[in-house]
Write a protein that binds this ligand. Sequence first.
Ligand code: DGL
Length: 287
Amino acid sequence: MTDSPIAQSKQAHPNTPIGVFDSGLGGLRVLDRLMQTLPNERFVYLGDTLHMPYGEKTQSQVTAYFSDCLNWLVSAHQVKMVVVACNTAASVAPQLFGQFVGIPFVDPVTPICRWLATEGKYTTVGVMATPATVASNRYQILLDQLNAPINLSQVGCDNLASLIEAGKGHTPVCESLLRQYLRPLQDREAQAIVLGCTHYPYVLDQVAALSPNADILDPAAFMAVEAKRLLDAHQLAVPRTVERSVAEVDYFVTSEPQLFFETSRRMPFQALAMKPPAVVTIPVLSR
Ligand code: DGL
């Protein structure tokens, strides 16, 4: 496997789309937020459903799949910015961001850690995330870099994202897993719980009901603000001459488009009106 970028990015252009990446349908909630914040933009959504769950793969597997997907977004769609909705990919392989020169990246972990550090509202914070995200220790590393006086507890939630991806988020099995995963965070009296996997906000209602003493934080809101900030800072916002009342999206998955469509069309979104995704075969470049 090589770490070098295959699709060399050129100067990003305001008229090209924003790439949004996730291992599955979790990132659709991030996309929904982005569409509300940036209604004039065009988006390409890629869900690597063929390799989901990323959170239960090795570091080198996640890095390779993620690298191939990034190369596809850049070479096939010339994306001007990438929003990495997937906590696992962003936590395990953040070194890939710097390889696409001239393309700003938004990840889920940095904006919320910055907010936690500057807001200073919480001293004990819990993170629910995939086992791979927890193993990367990314949340702790960033909070340490920001000198945030926060006592962090992280819990790796085996199998939870897969259940939600399969449309089984509101079942007794899922509730019993949530009870099990939330217990250590309750024992440590977490004042806030970060949903550190894009799939978990789909069961936010259950997490909140099981954790009445904690604020539940979804990184998506912080990501949308960061995406707007970066577009403006890099002068990459779509020109004002383009007028869209609703952001446009093309959806792609790497397998099972029908399951993806059927499950996601039942999800509650504000701006996003789901349409069937196309299936794409991502060229394997990094192995
Ligand atoms: N969407 C991924 C994340 O945010 C997790 C799902 C998976 O394991 O693929 O971490």
